[in-house]
Write a protein that binds this ligand. Sequence first.
Ligand code: FMN
Length: 205
Amino acid sequence: MELKTAIQKRTSVRIFKNENVPVSDLKEMVRLAGLAPSVNNFQPWRYIAITNKDLLNRMADIVAGKIAGLPLKKTVASKNIVTQVTWFSTFFKDAPVVLALVIEPYETVLESGVNLSHEEINKIRNYPDIQSAGASIQNLLLSAVEMGYGACWLSGPMVAKKEIEEILEIKAPSNLLAFIAVGKPRSEPRPKDKPNLANSMKIIE
Ligand SMILES: Cc1cc2nc3c(=O)[nH]c(=O)nc-3n(C[C@H](O)[C@H](O)[C@H](O)COP(=O)(O)O)c2cc1C
């Protein structure tokens, strides 16, 4: 598949066929995700593939509980909004596989030359660890399309980041960043319209 085709075909897929994703396909997606650019070529990511249904249900229940515990605005719409957000943050439980992306600590070159902590440098450089992970996730999403799968990037479940980190035994300084649900799409994905270029680009000559 042409890269342009994969980019144009990609859309977030949230409803999947009840079909396992072979480990060899997952490995290939993660291999391609690993070819993304990263800060100092540190590749500060690790993917944990979760197919265990009990575990996925448990994590989804915790996420739902966390959202239910958030302070509700006193508006007519707020209950519906929370119901929607809960679905968009928990549908991963029905995906054949969920990849949890963990950011691993990286070293900055600057760290060895200036008297600032790693955290301070990461902050003033605008979180290159998170930027690198984003590039990797996008590679993964496009690879999934090319291989006939659909996927969805999720940050919603991160409301229960601490609890999920405990369950998945992710210990500091490693840091859970996002989930990616992957599987065969139940129906033909239809990419939605996107804002036109005029709104997303400015040229300074
Ligand atoms: C950082 C990030 C976080 C996201 N979190 C969620 C999420 O928690 N749940 C969800 O259903 N979709 C999530 N999405 C998917 C977006 O809703 C989706 O990309 C957007 O609506 C555009 O649609 P498209 O991916 O089909 O082009 C997330 C996407 C990104 C990039």
